[in-house]
Design a binder for this molecule. Structure first.
Ligand code: GRF
Length: 220
C-alpha cells in the first residue's frame, strides 16, 4: 500500500467538511492523514473538532498580519513544518495570493458549493434559487489564482426543489459535500487523478452513472 499523504486543512468556521475528512482519514486504508489544521479565525467550531480528534490545530489570525503575503507566508511555513504534501481548503474564507497558490500548484484543493464554473463566490444558493435552475451541486477542484477556479476533480449534482429556501438547498448540497470531499481527496492522494494542463485525467476506469433528472421524469 502507498504511504499515506500528509494533508493540511485550512478552515475559517464550523468545519463540517473538516469533520468528514477527519472521519475518512481514520480508516486504516485511506491514502491520506491530516497532519495539521489551520484556522484564520480563533475559537471556531472546526478547531474544537480538530482538538477532539487529537490533530494539531493552529490559529493564524489574518488580522495580526500587515499584508496578505505575510499571512500566506506564515501559513506556508507551518504547512512545511508539518511536512504537508497536500492542502485542503474547507470553508477557508481568505483569498490566497498568487505566490502561495503557485507554490502549492496541483497540491492545493478546494470545495465549493456549486457546480463550477457556475456560481463562484458567495450567496450561491440564493442566486441559484433566484435563477430558477433545477440542478445545483458542489465541486472539488485544484486551486488557481482566480476566485473558485482551477481544474475540476469531481462534482455531485443535487436537485433544486421549488419549495427550497437557501437554507434547505445549502443543507442538501452540504450533505453531498461531505461525501464528495473525502472521495476526491482519496483520488488525489492515491494518484488516481493527475493534472494535465488545466484538465484532470483519471488513471482508473471511468464509469457512466445514472443521469439526475430534476424534476424526476415520472413526475414531469
Ligand atoms: C462549505 O459549503 C464549503 O463548500 C464552502 O464553505 C462551506 C464550509 O462549511 N467553501 P464547513 O465549515 O465545512 O462546515
Amino acid at each position: 500500500m502507498v504511504k499515506a499523504k500528509k494533508v493540511g486543512v485550512l478552515i475559517s468556521g464550523r468545519g463540517s467538511n473538516l469533520g468528514s475528512l477527519i472521519a475518512a482519514c481514520s480508516a486504516p486504508d485511506y491514502p491520506a492523514n491530516i497532519a495539521v489544521i489551520i484556522s484564520n479565525r480563533p475559537g471556531v467550531a472546526g478547531l474544537a473538532k480538530a482538538e477532539e480528534a487529537g490533530i494539531p490545530a493552529i490559529t493564524i489570525d489574518h488580522k495580526h498580519f500587515d499584508s496578505r503575503e505575510d499571512f500566506d507566508a506564515e501559513i506556508d511555513r507551518v504547512l512545511r513544518e508539518f511536512d504537508v504534501e497536500l492542502v485542503c481548503l474547507a470553508g477557508f474564507m481568505r483569498l490566497l495570493a498568487q505566490d502561495f497558490v503557485e507554490a502549492w500548484r496541483d497540491r492545493l484543493i478546494n470545495i465549493h458549493p456549486s457546480l463550477l464554473p457556475s456560481y463562484p463566490g458567495v450567496n450561491i444558493h440564493d442566486r441559484v434559487i433566484g435563477d430558477g435552475i433545477r440542478i445545483s451541486g458542489c465541486t472539488v477542484h485544484f486551486v488557481r489564482t482566480g476566485m473558485d477556479s482551477g481544474p475540476i476533480i469531481a462534482q455531485v449534482a443535487v436537485p433544486v426543489l421549488s419549495s427550497d429556501t437557501a437554507q434547505t438547498l445549502a443543507d442538501r448540497v452540504l450533505r453531498a459535500e461531505h461525501r464528495l470531499y473525502p472521495a476526491a481527496l482519496r483520488m488525489v492522494a492515491d494518484g488516481t487523478v493527475r493534472v494535465s494542463g488545466e484538465r484532470i485525467m483519471f488513471g482508473a476506469d471511468e464509469q457512466e452513472s445514472a443521469p439526475l433528472f430534476s424534476p424526476p421524469l415520472d413526475q414531469g
